[in-house]
Write a protein that binds this ligand. Structure first.
Ligand code: URA
Length: 422
């Protein structure tokens, strides 16, 4: 087999054979196919697509590139959730302990932020002492003793995806449905969860900008999971505006703890509960009562144990950025739009995210929202507070926000859309 013929097949809109797929994934993982060759193939896939059979084989080859985990020895059924990525998407933080408090085991192998979307591990690392990297034994012990674990995937899990995802990120080939579906599902299937709920984000702050594309991604991933014996369901959820009132690492942890304490923004609570119900249903625990577990403090108890089990101090003050800058409402009226992508870019520029994988992030950096679409605002009132340790970034972040919001005349009717679209 030679890589040029594989690239030519897809470049010329052909169907890759199972042998071509198995060979190219294996050869790329071993280093026998170069990055520039794989990026040409990824671009051909982005432009010409793959059919369901090709996607299934591609996913299977990525799973086979590494080890598989096995949670079948646990006493509880396993339930996992994966979001396709958004702005202010801190849902894993309250959700994992909540679902664990209701009787499931929640193994959340999570990622770091890249670009404008945040990453769960970066958020949790703002908790003093908390460690993302665990050995497999440590991970299983935390899962067994607390019911939930959020940690980095080990290097042995779907290594083909690790290489390919990093390559796609720098070659403009992230936004291809076959590549996103196979990337996410290879990791989730290799992880060995029994059930999986996918939170497929739609809107400016998501990879999928239209409901139609999100539906295709969701149904592709549900098909892959089901074929591999994982009970998989997907929700399409809104990412036109940030979730909650914060985007940034420690800021989002603070908001998640508010949710676990029975407060927090309504959209974060609504989505957390909707996903919890789906996870518990998929895990075979349909009678569990997540509302009670949240209101009664059981989820907070699991959170505290889960953080402490990974070296974190749940009582330690969270880091705060050294400098703040307030963006005020330009007029009196109704806020009718606050763009998720622009807020995500601003948070990233303030230091909450990284431009290259090896860059550090600032724990306290990010954007705090003082109003959501539909809220009345008064000229000069704080609309957003920008947080950073490096104030020379304020102007650059503010540029991203220049067209991020609209204020309509007072009394303009505004109907808030649902958080869960489908
Ligand atoms: N998340 C992933 O893990 N992979 C993608 O391709 C996109 C989002």
């Amino acid at each position: 087999m030679d890589v040029i013929s594989v690239i030519r097949t897809k470049r010329d809109k052909g169907e890759l054979t199972p042998e071509q797929i198995d060979w190219v994934i294996d050869a790329y993982t071993r280093g026998a196919v170069a990055d520039e060759q794989m990026s040409a193939l990824a671009m051909a896939i982005l432009l010409n697509g793959m059919n369901r059979a090709e996607i299934a084989r591609w996913t299977a080859a990525m799973i086979a590139s590494g080890e598989r985990m096995d949670f079948s020895g646990l006493a509880r059924p396993t339930a996992d959730k994966h979001s396709t990525g958004g702005v202010g998407d801190k849902i894993t933080l309250p959700l994992a302990p909540l679902v664990a408090a209701c009787g499931a085991a929640v193994p959340q192998l999570s990622g770091r932020g890249l670009g404008h979307t945040g990453g769960t591990l970066d958020k949790l690392e703002s908790v003093p002492g908390w460690r993302a990297s665990l050995s497999t034994e440590e991970m299983l012990r935390v899962l067994d003793t607390t019911g939930a674990v959020v940690c980095a995937a080990g290097d042995g899990l779907a290594p083909a995806d690790k290489k390919l995802y990093a390559l796609r990120d720098v070659t403009g080939t992230v936004e291809a449905i076959p590549l996103i579906a196979s990337s996410i599902m290879s990791k989730k299937i290799a992880e060995g969860t029994g059930s999986l709920v996918l939170d497929v984000k739609v809107g400016s702050g998501a990879f999928m900008k239209t409901v139609q594309d999100a539906r295709e991604l969701a149904s592709t991933m549900v098909g892959l999971g089901t074929d591999h014996g994982v009970r998989t369901v997907a929700l399409l959820t809104d990412m036109a505006t940030p979730l909650g009132l914060t985007a940034g690492n420690a800021l989002e942890v603070r908001e998640s703890v508010e949710v676990l304490a029975g407060g927090g923004p309504a959209d974060v609570v609504e989505l957390t509960l909707a996903l919890a119900r789906e996870m518990l249903d998929a895990a075979g625990l349909p009678d569990a009562d997540p509302e009670k577990a949240l209101a009664g403090g059981a989820a907070m108890d699991v959170w505290r144990r889960m953080i402490a089990a990974q070296g974190g101090d749940p009582d330690a003050p969270l880091p705060a950025a050294r400098e703040q800058h307030v963006v005020t409402a330009p007029a009196t009226g109704v806020l009718t739009r606050l763009d998720a992508y622009d807020v995500g870019v601003a948070a990233w520029r303030l230091g909450a995210g990284r431009a290259r994988k090896e860059d550090p992030v600032q724990a306290g950096a990010g954007v705090e929202l003082h109003a959501k679409p539909g809220d009345p605002v008064t000229e000069g009132q704080p609309l957003l507070t920008l947080h950073t340790d490096t104030p020379d970034r304020f102007a650059y972040a503010a540029q991203a926000l220049a067209t991020a919001y609209d204020v309509a005349a007072p009394g303009t009717p505004y109907e808030r859309g649902p958080v869960v679209l489908e």
